[in-house]
Design a binder for this molecule. Structure first.
Ligand SMILES: Cc1ncc(COP(=O)(O)O)c(C=O)c1O
Length: 367
């Protein structure tokens, strides 16, 4: 069976949706692990055993339908309580970062950069430049592709041109080589998984700390891939020797079933914005009730079931198995780059990995 209508080329042949189990598909009766947990989103597994979908469904049914912030149009409309509750929860977890929501990681990153620009504008700066790293990935919109997409996208601009004011540099950059006074922000992933997943060195983060402090360059950490618990903390960058001014989250933060991304910003950014600041970003689905409710529930589930406490046991077991049946090329938190006969393969070990998961992982690795 082929379909022709979805995206600009003929669809791959498809069959009925495959049977699936908690952590992957069942192929002719054999259990197969989805190593990426579907692009890193289904970090608690596929089968929704904590009932996120039912929770969201109840919230959606019992609240005024809501997708956007209510503008000056009608004073009788207002945001639902849960939008504020999620923001407050995030504020407490992160020790004081405020947040705004979007639907994709790309959108959250665009918002982060625009916010950095707003910060400089209200500080009276004219800074235009964005610094990012070669071999990084930040999304597929024009701005985010321009910042970094070379290791995952082939030709994102077609006949168009990337955004101009971007300096793409090597991670071994020399601070002296750049005019930092003209740089608004430095955008960097928590760990660049599209680039062999080599974690950044302590010296690298020290250089960022230095330009943050000395030149007021805002540090934006793109935590979209590693946030949600993959490093043992809800905030993926938490154990890195840096504190960003702005960071973004997405993917796993809703358990995977509903879309939401978040841009979080610190007090320094908040204080620079005037009381009458107008945020020209987002709107139609900025407060998607389903995404907000699922992100809220996901956080509650992590707490209620103490899932992050499982991190050390899971990581130990994963290291045991990968070292015995394969070779670990690189790792960051629960994400492992593994040598296989078909080249390097990325595995994300779910927080809910159980004995069956590890048994099947062993079987899958043995081929
Ligand atoms: C590090 C990182 N940043 C940004 C994005 C873009 O997110 P989205 O695909 O939701 O726009 C991704 C998605 O893979 C990502 O891994």
């Amino acid at each position: 069976m082929t379909f022709k209508g979805l995206i600009p080329f003929e669809q791959k042949k498809v069959s009925l949706p495959p049977q699936y189990w908690k952590f992957g598909i069942i192929n002719n009766g054999s259990y197969v692990i989805d190593p990426l947990l579907h692009w890193g989103c289904f970090f608690l597994g596929y089968t929704d055993e904590y009932g996120i979908v039912d929770y969201v469904s109840n919230i959606v049914k019992s609240n005024k339908p809501e997708i956007a912030e209510n503008i000056q149009y009608d004073e009788n409309y207002y945001l639902n309580h849960i939008s504020f509750k999620l923001a407050d929860k995030l504020y407490n977890i992160t020790n004081g970062y405020k947040s705004f929501y979007a639907l994709s990681g790309s959108d959250a990153n665009e918002g982060a950069i625009k916010l950095a620009s707003a910060y400089h504008k209200y500080k009276g700066n004219t800074r235009k430049k964005i610094v990012s790293l070669l071999n990084s990935y930040h999304g597929s919109t024009m701005l985010t592709s321009s910042i970094g997409s070379d290791n995952l996208l082939n030709d994102p601009f077609y006949t168009l041109e990337p955004y101009q004011n971007i300096l793409r540099i090597r991670r071994e950059f020399d601070i002296k080589d750049i005019e930092w006074d003209d740089v608004a922000c430095f955008v960097v992933e928590t760990c660049s998984y599209g680039n062999g997943m080599v974690p950044f060195s302590k010296e690298f983060w020290e250089k960022l700390q230095y330009i943050q402090k000395e030149y007021d360059v805002l540090i934006i950490i793109d935590d979209i891939f590693f946030g949600g618990g993959k490093t043992g903390n809800y905030v993926g960058w938490k154990h890195l020797p840096i504190t960003p001014d702005i960071f973004t989250m997405g993917k796993a933060i809703t358990g995977g079933y509903f879309p939401l991304s978040i841009t979080l910003y610190n007090q320094k950014v908040d204080e620079a914005l005037p009381k009458d600041f107008i945020w020209d970003h987002g709107y139609t689905y900025s407060f998607s009730l389903s995404g907000i409710a699922s992100a809220y529930r996901y956080l509650e589930i992590l707490e209620e079931h103490k899932l992050l406490d499982r991190y050390n046991i899971i990581i130990k077991e994963a290291i045991n198995i990968f070292s015995k049946y394969s070779k670990i090329l690189n790792s960051f938190g629960l994400t492992f780059l593994i040598e296989t006969s078909r080249g390097p393969k990325l595995y994300i070990i779910p927080l809910t990995a159980d004995d069956k998961y590890f048994e099947i992982l062993r079987n899958n690795l043995c081929g």
